[in-house]
Structure formats: C-alpha cells, structure tokens
Design a protein around this ligand. Structure first.
Ligand SMILES: Nc1ncnc2c1ncn2[C@@H]1O[C@H](COP(=O)(O)OP(=O)(O)OP(=O)(O)O)[C@@H](O)[C@H]1O
Ligand SMILES: [Mg+2]
Length: 223
C-alpha cells in the first residue's frame, strides 16, 4: 500500500469554537490508482492533504506512506519524507516568485541533492508536455495563474514520487489545457503511482477509480 490513513482527527479553532474538521478519516491507496475527493468549500479537503504530507499535525490517528509512518513531531523528518515520497500540487501553487520556472521545478531535486542529466531531461520533458517549456527562464511571478499551476505540477513530479497529492490541479485552466493535464495525471497511474486528487472536475471523476466526499469530518462515497 502506498498510502494508509488511519483514524485521522484534526481540530481547528474556528471563531472560538474547537471544530473537528476531520473526524476519523480512514483511507488506503494502492499504486496504479487514482482517487478523487470532493466536498463543499471549507469541509477539510486541503487540511486532509496537509495532514497526509506532514504540513499539519493531527490530534489523533496516523499516516503511513510506503509503509513508513509520518512523524509530525520533527519538521526535518516530515519535510524529508515530503521531499522523497510525495509530490504535492498545492492549491495556491507556493512557487518562489523571484526564481525562474526551471529553478522552481528543480528545487525538490536540489533539496534531495540529486540533479543529474536524467533529471534535467525529465524536467524538459515535463515542461514540454505541460506546454511551459518556452517560459523556463522566466521568473515565476510574471506567469499567469494557469501557467503557475503547470509549474507547480512539474515541480511535484520532478523527484518521481510514487504518491501524488493534487489540490484542485485544474482550477485555473481552460478545458483543453485542463484535460491535457488530467491526461498527464492519469498516465501516472500507468506508471504504478498513487494519485489523490481534490477536484470537482467531472473529467477526472469519470476516469478515476473512486470518488469520495468529505462531509462533517467523515469520508464517504460521493453522491
Ligand atoms: N491553519 C489553520 N488554522 C485554523 N483554521 C484552519 C487552518 N487551516 C484550515 N482551517 C480551517 O479549516 C476549514 C477547512 O479548510 P480547508 O482549507 O481544508 O477547506 P477545503 O475543503 O480545502 O476548502 P476549499 O474547497 O475552499 O479549498 C476551514 O474552515 C478553514 O478556515
Ligand atoms: Mg482547499
């Protein structure tokens, strides 16, 4: 199993009230699978991805990635795990604005200490497929929202992680570009990777293995 989420509880204080945003989430995801998560704005979708990737620590429960337990108490261990095992496409991109596209995409490989000729070739291939190759020497700050989103996707894939977390990966894209990117995400399934995507995009829902919804802190089948 690439991802195992066991009984995750996450509490945030919202307007002075302790709220169980996630209230006992269980999820298992194997390689070669694409699973979608939907749910109303504010229901906890991004929070779940943050807990899975060690960005937010849960009040209860545990997460295993490639059979290794995510440690929340040590930032360094959580970020190493994130760097090596996870590709996270953030809803808000989180690019370094003053760095070029190329340097943003290469950053996870640099952190890992592994930038080889193959890495650079793979980056060129990703940028071409994502149709942003010609922007590679531009600062990411000047790109459009949809271009930034594609940079974020390339960066998430550069270390060839076998777990990909995608938070609304097509939110800023026109239909044609969106479907191109979703096809790229679906190709990852053929490479045996596990993809967990927060999306309302019907194109991906139809082609994914399962669609869940978060409601009142629980994961259920989407209606
Ligand atoms: N770090 C935080 N501190 C306090 N509250 C938070 C924090 N992060 C998220 N929340 C709250 O938790 C709730 C769930 O937020 P989350 O971002 O997970 O929603 P979402 O389902 O991803 O929504 P959207 O579809 O709008 O992206 C929201 O009410 C939000 O305000
Ligand atoms: Mg969100």
């Amino acid at each position: 199993m690439i991802l195992e989420v066991r009984n995750i509880v996450k509490i945030y204080r919202i307007a002075g009230l302790k709220t169980r945003i996630l209230n006992g989430i269980d999820l298992a995801l194997d390689g070669g699978r694409v699973v979608c998560i939907t749910g109303a704005s504010g229901c906890g979708k991004t929070t779940l991805l943050n807990v899975i990737s060690g960005i937010a620590s849960p009040e209860n429960g545990s997460v295993y990635i490639n059979n290794k337990r995510m440690f929340y108490a040590f930032d360094l261990l959580a970020s190493r795990m994130r760097n090596r095992e996870i590709g996270f496409i953030f809803q808000t991109f989180r690019l370094l604005p003053d760095e070029t596209v190329l340097s943003n995409v290469l950053l996870p490989a640099r952190i890992r200490g592994l930038v080889t000729r193959q890495t650079r070739e793979y980056v060129d291939e990703l940028l071409s497929r994502l149709k942003i190759y010609k922007f590679r020497h531009m600062k990411s700050a000047v790109l459009s929202g949809g271009q930034k989103q594609r940079v974020a996707i390339a960066r998430a894939l550069v270390n060839r992680p076998n777990l990909i977390l995608a938070d609304e990966p097509t939110a800023n894209l026109d239909r044609k570009t969106a479907e191109g990117i979703l096809d790229l995400i679906l190709d990852l399934r053929r490479e045996g990777k596990a993809v967990l995507a927060v999306t309302h995009d019907g194109y991906l829902h139809e082609r994914s293995d399962r669609v869940y919804s978060i409601e009142n802190g629980k994961l259920g089948a989407a209606s």
